[in-house]
Structure formats: structure tokens, C-alpha cells
Design a protein around this ligand. Structure first.
Ligand code: GNR
Ligand code: NI
Length: 178
């Protein structure tokens, strides 16, 4: 197993539209395992393949308190069951350190396949419904910051760009010292 690097906003690769998974093989199994390891290590409740620079329609989620209920959704689609919106303070491993309130339909039905290619449908509400929609957005190249004001988004962008520049300088001086 391996921990994967997570792309961070405003990396343009996060805007890639992912394509369906068609091959269910050991390589896919290994990717799923690596995505869970990456998600648990980063203490996230979900991770989309897009975030680890794999542009396939695949996501992993664990919204359980004990972090012991891993869920895999391959080629996921959802239907809205209740149009009533539910607000959550959303964060994202690709937008580290920032949280904003986003409204999304509160009850959905998710159809996807599992890691063997078997199709299933589950109803999701609350944080699971929010998380599934947040992750499917990633597969379509969307981020939660797309739902907030341009001003707030630009502020987040420049703060993260500054941090990325700082850590690039840190890495460069580390190389110099070797
Ligand atoms: O860890 C995460 N927490 C979270 C909180 C509220 C709404 C959505 C999320 S998903 C996020 C992990 C992540 O970035 N997944 O793409
Ligand atoms: Ni995210």
C-alpha cells in the first residue's frame, strides 16, 4: 500500500472530467487500497480519484465515527430524493485549511458499482449525501469553492498559492543543503 499525493487548489488537474472505470482488475484494487490509506492518513471522510491525479470515476468514503466503514463507489450517479437543501460547513483535502457553508439536496439515491463491478443503489442523507455529492463534483472537475463568492474563492486561491510557493522554496533550499 502507498500513500498518494493529493492535488491542491488551484491545480488545473483538479478541473479534469474523469472517465468511467471499465476494467475491474488488481490494479484497480491496489488504487482503491491506496486511496483509503491516503484518506485515513489525511483524516478525510472521502476522497475522489481526481484528487490523486487519477482521472477515473471512482471514490472512497468513510463517514463513520470509528473510521471502520469503508465505502467504495465506482461510476457513481445520483438522483435527488428530497430537493430540500441541507447546509454543511464543507472542507476539502484539496483546499486545506478552508471551510465554507454549502447547500446541497439532503436526500439522494446513489447508484454505483462496487470493486467487483456489481451494481448497487443506496439512499444517502445527511453528511453521507453531502459527501457523495462533494466527491462526484470532484469527478466532474468541480470543487466546493465553486459554490462560494468569487471574492472568497480568490482569497483562498492567493493564500494557497502563497503557501505552495513557500513550500517550493523550502524544498529548493533543502536540495541546496544536500
Ligand atoms: O474530509 C472531508 N470532509 C468534508 C466535510 C464536509 C463536506 C465534505 C467533506 S469531504 C472532505 C474530504 C475531501 O476533500 N473529499 O473530496
Ligand atoms: Ni474534496
Amino acid at each position: 500500500m502507498a500513500k498518494l499525493d493529493i492535488l491542491e487548489f488551484p491545480d488545473p488537474r483538479l478541473r479534469t472530467k474523469a472517465t468511467p472505470v471499465t476494467v475491474f482488475d488488481s490494479k484497480l484494487e491496489a488504487l482503491i487500497d491506496d486511496m483509503f490509506e491516503t484518506m485515513y492518513e489525511a483524516q478525510g471522510i472521502g476522497l475522489a480519484a481526481t484528487q490523486v491525479n487519477v482521472h477515473k470515476r471512482l471514490l472512497v468514503i468513510d463517514v463513520s465515527e470509528n473510521r471502520d466503514t469503508p465505502l467504495v463507489f465506482i461510476n457513481p450517479e445520483f438522483e435527488i430524493i428530497e430537493h430540500e437543501l441541507c447546509e454543511y460547513d464543507e472542507g476539502c483535502l484539496s483546499v486545506p485549511g478552508f471551510y465554507e457553508t454549502v447547500s446541497r439536496p439532503q436526500k439522494i439515491a446513489v447508484t454505483a458499482t462496487d470493486r467487483t463491478g456489481e451494481q448497487f443503489t443506496v439512499a444517502a442523507e445527511g453528511i453521507l449525501a453531502t459527501c457523495v455529492q462533494h466527491e462526484i463534483d470532484h469527478l466532474d472537475g468541480k470543487l466546493f469553492v465553486d459554490y462560494i463568492s468569487t471574492l472568497k474563492r480568490q482569497r483562498i486561491r492567493s493564500k494557497l498559492e502563497k503557501e505552495h510557493k513557500k513550500s517550493e522554496i523550502g524544498r529548493a533550499s533543502c536540495r541546496e543543503r544536500v
